[in-house]
Design a protein around this ligand. Structure first.
Ligand SMILES: Cc1ncc(COP(=O)(O)O)c(C=O)c1O
Length: 463
């Protein structure tokens, strides 16, 4: 322990980062790191972009804070207008907050308020997916299937109905016909709890850290929309991680079509992370106009107050980031990055020491997941106690590469994967460097594992 900062992780010495430029971070000892995950899948335009810093400085000089219930301000108006251009038709009213968890918390509360104001006060059930992650505040955590985060607070969490997430690598013997893959798992859960009791279904359109960038099959969200329409349930697309261009379209849900060939319409979209690309905390809800109009005609206001909502400084950063993304055509760049990234990372399964622990490489756009397994033929995960992904992250850092770990996706406890989510404007040579550092780190991790006797494999075997 040093100094007076209460760090989240208490038994590690954290390097001090003193600056960042492009895809690189530099620490106080002069070591350079390639930020292969943009921190927590955030830094999508790279570090140290001058025009974003200028926009923030200019806004700070002009007006940094007003309360969102008393005043409006130009940056939030302009950012809302800009987001509306990307939003599905009619889902175009933006409510700004500071973090992804806050956006999810607000979205879930909004779904309840909407139903109550329509007189359907019995609608209180939330359906979410496992694996899945929506944040760390208590309602968002209730909707998150992350045991390691939930355990301590279990007595305080609400009952959220969990259905299996579409997870192609672990779809089981039924494969693409499995209820989790077709959307029928949602139909079953709605029937079980009574459709009239369900307020909302929340899902990450493209899997984030929880399923390691798993991509649900075509037709999945068409079925989700159909069910939500049939039973009056709100569909909340949690785009905190996969939105703002990360997967090569502005929203993850844009990769899917409804039965009539049109867009799959969410009722509420949550955004965070790439919305501000790390330049200041900002999240947003994009809400269907008819939902807001119902509340406008009813109580007249959203029952959700936060001091920093609709903040001009954060919105100015968001506006500058969105304009930068548009000016440099970075969503298209994220799309073209996808095959380049997967081709390179795919070589990890075939070449070099450590290929035997790489079970799967997948993803979309500038989002890729690498799943580590004890046995490639059975897909058996390593036991959690072996801390395999922790070793890999440590080896990556040693090799000058930042990646994002996740655990528990295989069976709730076991499972190791990492996410690669570089800035969209990463260059070819930087991609080569990322892959090479990854290869070195995977090989070192495999050596450490193989040095452990007896060989590691989790008791739970998953086909
Ligand atoms: C899909 C998703 N939703 C919500 C959150 C919570 O966001 P935050 O950590 O900014 O509160 C995350 C964070 O990882 C996320 O990936």
């Amino acid at each position: 322990m040093r100094g007076h900062v209460f760090y989240r992780k208490l038994n590690v010495e954290l390097p001090t980062i003193v600056r960042g430029k492009g895809v690189y971070l530099y620490d106080a000892d002069g070591k350079r790191y390639l930020d292969g995950s943009g921190g927590a899948m955030v830094a999508c335009i790279g570090h140290g972009v001058e025009e974003i810093a200028d926009a923030i400085a200019e806004q700070a000089r002009t007006i940094a804070y007003v309360n969102g219930t008393a005043f409006t301000n130009r940056p939030v108006e302009e950012l809302a207008d800009l987001l509306a251009q990307y939003a599905p038709p009619g889902v175009d009213l933006a409510y700004f907050l500071s973090s992804g968890s806050e956006a999810v918390e607000a979205a879930l509360k909004l779904s309840r308020q909407y139903h109550v104001e329509r007189g359907e006060t019995q609608r209180r059930i939330i359906i979410a997916r496992t694996p899945g992650y929506h944040g760390n505040t208590l309602l968002a955590l209730s909707a998150s299937a992350r045991e390691s985060y939930r355990k301590m607070y279990a007595p305080w969490l609400l009952d959220v109905v969990m259905i299996d997430a579409p997870y192609p690598y672990r779809a089981g013997p039924l494969g693409t016909a499995a209820p989790a893959m077709t959307g029928e798992a949602l139909a079953e859960s709605i029937a079980r709890v009574g459709p009239e009791n369900v307020a909302a279904f929340i899902a990450e359109p493209i899997g984030g850290s929880s399923t390691g960038a798993s991509v649900p099959p075509d037709g999945y969200y068409a079925r989700v929309r159909e069910l939500c329409d049939e039973f009056g349930i709100l569909f909340i697309a949690d785009e905190v991680l996969c939105g703002a261009g990360r997967t090569g379209k502005y929203f993850g849900l844009d990769h899917y079509r409804a039965r009539d060939g049109g867009p799959v319409m969410p009722d509420i979209i949550t955004m965070g992370k790439g919305l501000n690309a790390g330049y200041s905390p900002l999240s947003a809800l994009l809400v269907k106009r008819t939902i807001v109009e119902t509340i406008e005609r009813g109580s007249g206001g959203f029952q959700h107050a936060q001091t920093y909502s609709h903040n001009p400084l954060a919105a100015a950063a968001g506006l500058a980031v969105a304009r930068y993304v548009r000016k440099h055509d970075l969503v298209a760049r994220a799309a073209s990055l996808g095959p380049e990234l997967l081709r390179r990372l795919g070589t990890l399964t075939a070449q070099g020491d450590g290929a035997d622990i790489v079970g799967d490489v997948r993803g979309l756009g500038a989002l890729a997941g690498i799943e580590l397994v004890a046995d490639r033929s059975t897909k058996a995960p390593f036991p959690r106690g072996a801390k395999v992904v922790e070793t890999l992250v440590k080896e990556c850092l040693k090799a000058g590469l930042v990646v994002w770990p996740n655990v528990g996706h295989a069976d709730g406890t076991n499972g190791d994967l990492i996410i690669i989510a570089p800035p969209f404007n990463i260059s070819q040579s930087e991609l080569d460097e990322l892959t090479e550092s990854m290869r070195i780190a995977v090989a070192a991790t495999a050596r450490e594992i193989h040095a452990t006797k007896p060989p590691l494999a989790a008791a739970t075997r998953i086909s």
